[in-house]
Design a protein around this ligand. Sequence first.
Ligand code: SAH
Length: 259
Amino acid sequence: MEVPDPKMNQQARRGKVFLVGAGPGDPDLLTVKAARVLGHCDVVLYDRLVSAEILRLVRPAAELIYVGKHEGEQDRVQPRIFDLLLRHALAGKMVVRLKGGDPLVFGRGAEEWALAREHGIDVELVPGVTSAVSAPGIAGIPLTHREISQSFAVITGHCKEGLAQNWADYARIDTLVILMGVKNRAYIAQSLINAGRAADEPAAFIERATSERQRVVITTLGEIARGRVAAENPAVLVIGNVVRVRERLVGTMETVQVI
Ligand code: SAH
């Protein structure tokens, strides 16, 4: 890792952007490199899903800038993020762009990387533990399992970004992992049933994975399609027979939440 020397004159040194994954929430799931970069940086631009415990690892003298987006704000907030990234890096600062999970999984990380590069700014990626794999895992749901699942897909449930019309194609994959799918859950489940998935196929929501308020809801595709399953953001939705493995790994299958 090439960390700019903070003692050097700001004008004389070249700024740099570290695109850092914060993992699913528990600070113990940060990479060693992410923790090291946070302890050395000048500026941190952080997202909504980055936990307070992780922000405590940032060098005390560094400037912390919240750039989280709520639904519908993406188009307004993203240009501000681009502007802040460029401004601080071009001023010679060591800038951390801190994102939940892995920066390149539905995080627009690649767009920020490309923009910085277009302006001659060095970018270093620090991959993170994505919620797509870790949230199900922590809940005792492996995405692959011998004889049960040979494939998985990670899909956005946010219709604007996602290709909602592709549910029929995704339906052929053994395990489906859906991020940002809470709001459209009934529509997604119904689309998968229409595409041939069984209504009694097990499904799970893992909410706020790795935090103290983690909650796991085990249900079926049919119950979700009928609008009978309560779920709160942030949550990962897993669909497939691998959900049944949970019983053997953690000894419990929470019951469906009926609303
Ligand atoms: N880059 C992130 C994903 C960003 S999209 C990653 O790799 O994890 C945001 C979505 O991620 C949320 O809507 C939710 O579906 C999921 N998510 C992120 N953190 C989560 C957590 N701690 N628990 C459950 N879901 C989470």
